[in-house]
Write a protein that binds this ligand. Structure first.
Ligand code: AMP
Length: 613
């Protein structure tokens, strides 16, 4: 049994979708992929053992494994005895050297082809994950398993199209000349994606040129026009994460008049200037006054409930991740889609792609991902052990996890991460064959998240400290604070509740203080990490930060409320983030003034911040 079975769809027959031969081949390919899943999930431990041997075999000469004293061993027992668990901070000196141009085999025996910029940060900067050329094949393989599974639940998806909003983001170079970019940007720009054979199950309404356009507005506009023109063909609507799909809906709300005008005349707005995008759209955008009229009729009502199915009437489900931090968007997506099912198909990261959902049409609250044992070597640190630091001796194998227990995910990858703590907490919900299935519980230490940003408690604390210093000249200080990720509007934004203490008779009031509080919002944004600032500046996917000043005594009321619900008075700590509706209501009912960031914080794609390890 080959660990990395090649089940890619390169058959020439697939290039001509209509032929009976192609239909037969698609069926065969689907069956082959389902067999592959059965094989992988039935032989979890054997596959894992082989994957580890393969990884250690190819990385045996690396500086890192040599230092661990592996001495060429590729067996589990030696690996367990010699290799410690590692965090990003442990690996950073090695990663920095690779970024600076050291081409010796430091972490990986295969050349590092580029860096993937994670949305996880370290000291405010994106983590840089080294990757190698053949990881693309593994990612491609995992993608190729999704639709054969989906086809078991929703047949006929090969008879239409998918409106999937996909985007590339900016990329930079490390001082040593390696490209650094997000994993999806890397994938969309790869030959695997650009030169993919026709796939009836992944027939996008968006031409590749519109996806590859780096200008966020032009890309979104062009993808929206193409999606509208092919609205009857669309069988599923999606984006990678829920926040991305909501951004697309917001874009539609803001731009429907121009979109309708373009469709009426069959001519693309001059706002889209990219020649390759214009050329790609030209074949799809033809004059269609009827469609323009329909868009105007649906959008001018000002009622956006069910807009997705009103515009794309054949949509069977939303293809969008709503697990983890994205669960906060489920009610809004239900509103816009009239309650369509939401399919969370995949669980992946910059470090490694992990697995797929074998029951993609289940309710979001029941989503479990099955980790594919061929993707990397997976170990699990029980959360109780993780809470007290945790050491490698407590790690459990993929085949050894227990149903009902929670674990932190620890991975060893082909690209050279060894026993690396990803930071995700997963709960075992059951098994498919011998393969455990995991519910995504949470990302460790994430307090606030609107999109891919992840702000932890320490970052928020630092931001509050930095901003509150601006109040000192006004004789005011922040005595307590908490926060919420506000997602009722699109884009969502951070709301920080402040209770102030005025130190003098005239302190803490007046227009000057109001202005300063606005500046405090911006100062907090400046203090937040690069992913937050990029989302604010380049993507517009997070709105201006808001400070809501609450009246004196509010946080005491908060404590009284918690105690009335059973909290211990001795152990009570102010929650630094609130999600429970009655608490939010209490806070909001005590707001005396509210302030928004008046400008965008600083962020640049280039420069050292993106490239430094
Ligand atoms: P990045 O490396 O920036 O792509 O982020 C990867 C992280 O996103 C993972 O480690 C998870 O915390 C989160 N993530 C990815 N896929 C899912 C999913 N299906 N459900 C919940 N969280 C996810």
């Amino acid at each position: 049994m080959a660990v990395m079975t090649d089940v890619s769809t390169t058959s020439a027959a697939l290039r001509s979708p209509a032929s009976p031969q192609a239909v037969a081949t698609v069926k065969e390919v689907n069956a082959e992929k389902l067999r592959f899943i059965e094989e992988m999930t039935s032989n979890v431990d054997a596959v894992q053992e082989r994957v580890l041997a393969e990884i250690l075999g190819r990385n045996t000469e690396t500086e890192y494994l040599t230092k661990c004293g592996l001495a060429g061993a590729t067996d589990r027992a030696t690996f367990r005895a010699k290799v410690p668990m590692a965090t990003y901070e442990d690996l950073q000196p090695y990663i920095r050297r690779i970024a600076d141009g050291d081409r010796s085999p430091i972490l990986s025996g295969h050349p590092v082809s580029e860096f993937l910029t994670s949305s996880g940060t370290s000291a405010g900067e994106r983590k840089l994950m080294p990757t190698i050329e053949d990881e693309l094949n593994r990612r491609q393989l995992l993608y190729s398993l999704q639709m054969p599974v989906m086809n078991l639940y929703v047949p006929g998806l090969d008879k239409g199209k998918v409106l999937h909003f996909l985007f590339v983001k900016s990329e930079t170079r490390t001082p040593g000349g390696l490209t650094a970019r997000p994993v999806l940007t890397s994938y969309y720009k790869s030959d695997h994606f650009k030169n993919r054979p026709f796939d009836a199950y992944n027939n996008y309404t968006s031409p590749t040129a519109t996806i590859l356009c780096a200008d966020a507005f032009q890309s979104m506009y062009a993808q929206m026009v193409c999606g509208l023109c092919q609205r009857i063909d669309v069988l599923r609507v999606g984006a990678v994460f829920a926040s991305g799909l909501l951004r697309a809906i917001r874009f539609f709300q803001l731009n429907w008049e121009q979109l309708a005008a373009d469709i009426e005349g069959g001519a693309l707005t001059p706002q889209v200037t990219d020649p390759s995008v214009r050329e790609a759209v030209a074949g799809i955008l033809l004059p269609d006054p009827e469609l323009a009229e329909l868009i105007r009729a649906e959008c001018s009502k000002g009622d956006w409930a069910g807009i997705i199915t009103r515009i794309w009437p054949n949509t069977k489900y939303l293809d969008v991740i709503v697990t983890g931090a994205m669960a906060q968007y489920i009610p809004t997506l239900k509103y816009y889609s009239g309650g369509l099912p939401m399919a969370c198909t995949m669980y992946a990261s910059s470090e490694c792609y992990f697995g797929i959902n074998l029951r993609p049409m289940c309710d979001p609250s029941e989503v479990s991902y099955t980790i594919m044992p061929n993707m990397g070597y997976f170990e699990f640190l029980p959360v109780d052990a993780a809470a007290s630091g945790g050491d490698a001796s407590q790690l459990v194998d993929l085949a050894g996890v227990e149903a009902g227990r929670e674990y932190e995910l620890v991975i060893t990858t082909y690209a050279g991460l060894n026993r690396y703590r990803v930071g995700d907490v997963l709960r075992v919900t059951g098994f498919h064959n011998a393969a455990p299935q995991f519910q995504f519980v949470r990302r460790k230490n994430v307090l606030l998240s609107i999109e891919s940003d992840k702000t932890d408690e320490a970052e928020l604390q630092r931001a509050v400290e930095r901003a509150s210093a601006l109040l000192r000249p006004h004789g005011a200080t922040v005595v307590e604070y908490t926060s919420q990720a506000y997602t009722k509007s699109i884009p969502g934004h951070y709301v920080i509740y402040w209770e102030l203490l005025a130190n003098g008779p005239a302190a803490g009031a007046g227009a000057a203080v109001d202005k300063t509080l606005d500046r405090c919002c911006l100062e907090m944004e400046e203090a937040l990490n690069t992913v937050y600032r990029q989302s604010r500046v380049a993507d517009g996917s997070i709105g201006p930060l808001e400070i809501r000043v609450v009246r004196s005594g509010t946080f005491e009321e908060l404590m009284d409320y918690a105690i009335s619900r059973g909290a211990s008075i001795n152990q009570y700590k102010v929650p630094r983030c609130v999600t429970f509706p009655p608490i939010i209501e209490l806070l909001d009912s005590r707001v005396v003034s509210s302030h928004f960031s008046p400008a965008l914080p600083h962020w640049t794609p280039a420069g050292s911040e993106e490239c430094s390890a």
